[in-house]
Write a protein that binds this ligand. Structure first.
Ligand code: ATP
Ligand code: MG
Length: 213
């Protein structure tokens, strides 16, 4: 039995065509089902529905054989115990630094100001600012980072941006790109060795179905 760890929402939606290419179809919709373990049309494959940030953990410890997680989440996790054979080119966005519309980011850097930054991506942010030689105070949040600069909690945010609509709606502007983000296939290294006859065809089907744009 192969267990695939997935999160609901965007990743599940964009993964459905990839699963179909591997002949795998969920028998229930995770958005409406309360089940956390979803059977599929294949008796040897099941899905477990977990928080996006928990996907690498399930796979690392072998509770799931494979999973699909954003590069954002994998960078924070560190990738220990995970084989990452494939960029699935889904859930694409950018990790950005953003500030209030009326905040002069470049000037405050020139002046050597010590910025306060809110983010859910503490490791990514720490590494980014360290590489720039900037001293920042990082404040961990679990959501709605955009609020931080509006209420004086922070000068800047580090968060994912796709269209920029949320930034604009909150009078924020992106000032720096940290990197491109997409979702990756992750495989438990031990499981890959033992279950390769079952896993390799699934991985190959995913690879064949990846959009190349
Ligand atoms: P929640 O938003 O319910 O707190 P979450 O943020 O963990 O949960 P999603 O928002 O579904 O879950 O994000 C899951 C993954 O999708 C992220 O780890 C990231 O890789 C990707 N993602 C997040 N936001 C965007 C976006 N705006 N555009 C494209 N991909 C995104
Ligand atoms: Mg989210």
């Amino acid at each position: 039995m192969i267990t695939i760890a997935l999160s609901k929402g965007r990743i599940f939606e964009e993964t459905t065509p990839l699963l179909a290419a591997a002949g795998i179809q969920a028998l229930e919709d995770p958005e409406s089902s309360r089940k956390l373990i979803l059977p599929t049309n294949r008796e040897d494959v099941r899905l477990v529905i977990v928080r996006a940030t928990d996907v690498p953990t399930y796979v690392q410890y072998g509770a799931a054989d494979i999973g699909i997680a954003g590069k954002d989440v994998l960078d924070e996790h560190g990738g220990e115990g995970l084989y990452q054979p494939l960029d699935l080119n889904i859930a694409r966005c950018k990790m950005m630094v953003a500030v209030r519309d009326d905040f002069d980011y470049e000037a405050s850097i020139r002046q050597g100001a010590r910025l306060k930054v809110v983010t859910k991506y503490v490791k990514t942010a720490r590494e980014h600012f360290a590489a720039k030689g900037m001293h920042v105070d990082l404040i961990k949040l679990y959501g709605s980072m955009e609020l931080g600069p509006l209420v004086g909690l922070a000068d800047a945010i580090v968060d994912l941006v796709s269209t920029g609509g949320t930034l604009r709606a909150n009078k924020l502007k992106a000032v720096e790109e940290i990197g491109a983000i997409s979702s990756r296939l992750v495989v438990n290294q031990a499981s890959y060795k033992v279950n390769r006859p079952l896993l390799q065809p699934i991985i190959d089907s995913f690879a064949g179905a990846v959009r190349k744009d």
